[in-house]
Design a binder for this molecule. Structure first.
Ligand code: HEM
Length: 212
């Protein structure tokens, strides 16, 4: 086994702040949505927590973005420009998760500092971080003060439309967290990827280093 430095410190700080913030946003969001049905903490506190954590995560998102844009690590987010290669690699990865893993096949993707995501992660993280997360933060900001942002709210079709988008993305993230955490348990041990996201170092088989 070799240790490779995969997750730089700013990414780890961003990730765990973001993950814990998302969990609290989901729980307080549920209580705000199901007013009268769920009341774990006072409603006003749920709203204030939801708003404050929302702002912290917006700031945190810009730290993540700045780190990647200003360092050469942005390469890990570069899309695969050959559709044939992208779909072939995604299919290979899907086949591994859906079938090969149960027969003990090796993971077809081999991690390196500039190639840490497999084809499926690469596409989904790009869409989530560049599109879904920003839309969720923006709709949250509009809903935080609908009077102040009345122009933008009206432009997007009114509070109902903005709120529906916010809730649909909320549902997406609830599902995403389950799938994401399940996939994160599929390292060479159940906890290997979690440890790597804390220490920065991923353990990889010697013969797997540098392949793709
Ligand atoms: C709540 C529990 C969460 C846990 C336990 C968790 C766990 C992990 C682990 C172990 C990794 C490293 C392995 C991998 O790349 O898959 C990772 C990476 C990542 N996670 Fe999470 N995660 C959580 C929530 C989230 C949320 C809510 C988001 C996005 C909104 C997210 C977005 C990401 C991204 C984009 C990466 C790759 C980061 C990078 O290297 O740039 N995670 N997560």
């Amino acid at each position: 086994m070799k240790k490779l430095y995969i997750h730089p410190l700013p990414v780890r700080i961003w990730h765990w702040t973001n993950a814990s913030g998302f969990v609290v946003l989901i729980l307080t969001g549920l209580q705000i949505r199901y007013l009268g049905l769920i009341e774990v903490i006072p409603f006003k506190l749920a709203v204030n927590l939801h708003n404050w954590i929302g702002f912290v995560l917006i700031g945190n998102f810009f730290l993540w973005l700045l780190f990647y844009v200003l360092s050469d690590k942005i390469k890990v987010y570069h899309p695969e420009l050959s559709p044939t290669k992208h779909f072939r690699d995604s299919f290979r990865q899907l086949k591994y998760y859906g079938y090969g893993i149960f027969k003990g096949d090796p993971n077809p993707h081999h991690v390196s500092a500039y190639h840490k995501f497999n084809a499926m992660q690469s596409m989904s993280y790009q869409i989530i971080m560049m599109l879904v997360v920003p839309i969720q933060f923006y709709t949250g900001l509009l809903l935080w003060d609908v009077k102040r942002f009345a122009g933008a709210v009206a432009f997007f079709g009114g509070v109902r439309v903005v709120d529906t988008v916010h809730v649909l993305i909320f549902i997406f993230f609830v599902g995403f967290i389950f799938v994401h955490v399940y996939l994160a348990t599929l390292g060479h041990t159940r906890t290997a990827h979690f440890k790597a996201m804390f220490t920065g170092y991923e353990e990889v088989e010697d013969e797997a280093v540098g392949q793709s």
